[in-house]
Design a protein around this ligand. Structure first.
Ligand code: BTN
Length: 190
């Protein structure tokens, strides 16, 4: 935060807290169980995409990290009102770990490719689809295979069930983030 005025710091921290709150609110929507794997379809991962797109790698990581820390402490803020440290070593632990890394990945790519510029919307969409959805679902599937003693190809194939919904959530996140950034200065370099 060197070189930042107090006012800018307060603005960034307020925006970060608001995005953490948004991730929590998205968890109010209960997950849809799939039956064949112990991982539900949820809305909350859209909040992770939004954190990365609105706040960039540094504050996006702070927003997601704060959310995960509160969940680990036992606050019932994961979809379906779950929380507690045990969730992090359960079947969905890989997705949660990937959520923490996603803002660095997405934020860095957005910055390096100038994808936040108005005409580069398709780059932003591709980054969220690949570095957000692809990365999170693959890390999640790998951990799921290890944790649940499932063959990796089966875990990866099962995750295909998330792709249609995730593509819709990722696309919505890009549309929303672009609209929000056009009216609120989040200070993320294009
Ligand atoms: C949890 O609440 O314990 C984390 C659930 C993770 C669900 C993952 S996120 C990516 C994929 N898309 C979904 O809709 N569900 C899975």
């Amino acid at each position: 935060m060197r070189g930042m005025t107090n006012q800018q710091q307060i603005k960034h921290l307020t925006q970060t807290a608001m995005v953490t709150a948004l991730i929590i609110v998205l968890g109010f929507f209960p997950g849809i169980p799939l039956g064949f794997i112990p991982v539900p379809i949820i809305l909350q991962n859209m909040g992770i995409f939004l954190a990365a797109e609105l706040l960039g790698r540094k504050y996006g990581t702070v927003a997601v990290g704060l959310f995960l820390a509160l969940a680990a402490l036992g606050l019932p803020i994961l979809s379906g009102g779950r929380g507690g440290a045990a969730v992090f070593v359960g079947p969905t632990g890989g997705y949660l770990a990937a959520w923490l890394l996603a803002p660095v990945l997405i934020g860095t790519l957005l910055q390096r490719t100038h994808a936040a510029e108005a005409q580069n919307w398709w780059r932003e969409l591709l980054i969220v689809w690949i570095a957000g959805i692809g990365f999170i679902d693959i890390v999640g599937a790998v951990w799921l295979a290890v944790q649940s003693n499932m063959a990796l190809p089966v875990a990866l194939l099962s995750n295909l069930a998330f792709i249609p919904g995730d593509l819709i959530k990722g696309t919505l996140a890009v549309v929303i983030a672009r609209r929000v950034r056009s009216v609120v200065d989040f200070g993320i370099p294009a």
